[in-house]
Structure formats: C-alpha cells, structure tokens
Design a protein around this ligand. Structure first.
Ligand code: NAP
Length: 305
C-alpha cells in the first residue's frame, strides 16, 4: 500500500468505503475491517445518510468492541444531503449532522468532513462559520467537499480563511471518467468533449486538492460493476490481459488504473467482500505503464481524437 499526506496525516492511497455495511453481522464487519486494515488501508469513508445512519452505527459498534483501534485509523464522513428532501449546507444542519455522526461512531473527532452534494442555496459564510466552530472545538480536523465543480469550490474557499479544502470526492472509474475524457478531447466535437465538471481534475491538481474517486467499479450512476459484465467485454479482456502481467486480478487492476494517474487520486472502494478488498490492496503497489493506462482507457469504449 502506498501512503501520502492528506492535511496532517499519512493516509493510505486506497480508502475503504462503508456505504454498504449497514446490514452486516458483527462477524462480517470484523472480517471486512480486518481485510482492509491488514491490506494497509487506514482510511474509512462514511456519510450521515449511509444506511440512514446504520453504517456509522455498525462501525461505531466495531470501534467499541476494539478499544485502541480508533487511534490507528482515519475516519471521514459527510453531511449535507437530506434524502428525498433537499441538500442542506446551513450552519444548523452541518453542526447537528456532525454531532449525530460523532454519537453514532462513538468517537470524539471526525478526521475529515466532506460536504456531500452541492446545496444551491448555500451561503459560503455560513459554511465557513460552521467549519471554523467545528475545528475550534476539535470535533472535525479537516474539511473537503464532494461532487463539486471548481467555481463552487472557489466560492467556498473565498470565505474559509486558513481552513484548506483537502479533498473532493467525485464519481470516477475506467468506465466512467468524463473529467478525463474532456481533457483528452479538447476542441473536438464528439460525445467525450463535453466539459461536465468544469475542469475539476486540473483545478484540483493546481490547488493540491485530492480527488477521491467514488464507485471505482461502477458504470453509469451506480448501475452495477463493469468487472465480469458482458457490456464491457473489451474492457474485461484488457483488464485480464494487463492484470496477468502483474500477477493481480482485474478487480485490483481497476484500482491500479486509477492510482497510475499523476493526479494522485485516492479511490474509495465500496466492496464489502474481504477477498476483493485483499485483491485491491495487493494491486495497489502495481504501477502500470503509460501505454497500458491508455490501452485500458480505450478498451472501455473511449476514443482518442
Ligand atoms: N460522494 C458520493 O457522492 C458517493 C456516492 C457513492 C459512494 N460513495 C462512497 O464510495 C464508496 C464506493 O462506492 P460503491 O460501493 O458504489 O463503489 P464500488 O466499489 O464501485 O462498488 C462496489 C459494489 O460493486 C460490487 N461488485 C461486484 N463485482 C465487483 C468486483 N469485481 N469488484 C468490486 N466490487 C464488485 C460490490 O459487491 P460486494 O460488496 O458484494 O463485493 C459492491 O456492491 C462507498 O462505500 C462510499 O463510501 C460516495
């Protein structure tokens, strides 16, 4: 596993997502966390809404069964979505959401807090006030966003004073990467040249903001995994071919493809299967070649101009 500095901490290049753990048994959670941690992952991603709070609760119970483990890992959670109602970045919502997450997780601090999805009615001064109060009280140590384009981040940063935005979590996989497609197809009229994210990949690189690709095995909007999916026959064939060269699996290779990008992406894997988690950790040190990266990209149906 590779590590890098995110804010004050040395964190793993791969994040274990916890969106799908609400209904897992204690034994399954033990095996899930153990597979990730033994593979070198020290960073776990949550959100107040995952499992309607159930994912944080299950994780909190794991922490209480394993005293001392909390200090070995970093916990990230998110706020700002009221499911089926609205997006809400008001001061009151942020503060109360963080307090509830702290209680469910049974911890005194959240290492990283992300604003989950843009609230068009947001007042940046209000978010900045909430962030600075949370930081002063030691409840949240680092801040970031998710699913935001550069101008939204600029607007927020204008009011953040000395609090940096360290991360932006965005959907990205070899089968779903409009932020890469657009940069390859500048000035071309085709399906890939649309600027859907405002140049967020380049903006984050320029401003040292880490992109955390979510759903790194999915295509569309969580339509399913592309691994082993006949709709992605050419991609699977190429994943098998390249992964065999490195002695890893295609599941691992899908993450090695993201890790190879010089933007220093930090993928958030959502699989809850211990063997798949181990496959990813095993492949996380593989550095594919420049041309292999493009071969995989093209096999996902992308065209170079
Ligand atoms: N910021 C946001 O808006 C946002 C949105 C969605 C998710 N997230 C975060 O990103 C994390 C990952 O999202 P995700 O779970 O949608 O992503 P994912 O890792 O792309 O997908 C995992 C799902 O695919 C299944 N799967 C089937 N074949 C697989 C294979 N060969 N390898 C790996 N998984 C396979 C997994 O099943 P098994 O579990 O049975 O292996 C699991 O249900 C979440 O846990 C969450 O933390 C953030």
């Amino acid at each position: 596993m590779q590590y890098f500095k995110l804010g004050e901490n040395e964190v793993s290049r791969v994040v274990q997502g916890c969106m799908r753990i609400a209904s897992k048994s204690e034994k399954e959670i033990d095996e899930f966390v153990e597979a990730a941690f033994e593979g070198g992952i020290n960073f776990f991603d949550h959100a107040d809404i995952y499992g309607r709070g159930g994912c944080e609760e299950v994780f909190g119970r794991f922490l209480s069964r394993n005293p001392g483990f909390r200090d070995k890992i970093y916990i990230q959670t998110k706020c700002g979505i009221k499911p089926g109602i609205s997006f809400d970045f008001t001061y009151e919502h942020i503060i109360s959401s963080v307090d509830k997450s702290l209680a469910r997780l049974g911890t005194d601090r959240i290492d990283y807090l992300l604003l989950h999805r843009p609230d068009t009615l947001f007042e940046p001064e209000e978010v900045a006030r909430a962030f600075s109060e949370l930081r002063e009280k030691g409840k949240v140590l680092h801040f970031g966003v998710s699913n935001q384009h550069p101008m939204q981040m600029e607007l927020l940063r204008k009011y953040m004073g000395d609090i940096p935005l360290v991360a932006n979590q965005l959907q990205m996989s070899v089968a779903h990467c409009p932020m890469i497609d657009y940069g390859i197809n500048v000035n071309i009229i085709n399906d890939f040249s649309a600027n859907r994210d405002g140049g967020v990949l380049e903006y984050c690189r320029l401003n040292d903001i880490t992109i955390q690709p979510w759903s790194p095995f999915q295509y569309g909007f969580m339509e399913g995994a592309f691994i082993g999916n006949e709709r992605f026959a050419a991609l699977n064939e190429k994943l098998d071919e390249v992964s065999a060269r490195y002695g890893v699996t295609s599941t691992g290779m899908a993450i090695a493809w993201l890790l190879r990008h010089p933007a220093k992406l930090q993928p958030v894997i959502g699989t809850t299967t211990p063997s798949r988690i181990k496959e990813v950790c095993h492949a996380s040190d593989v550095v594919i070649t420049h041309d292999e990266w493009y071969e995989l990209y093209k096999s996902a149906g992308k065209k170079l101009p």
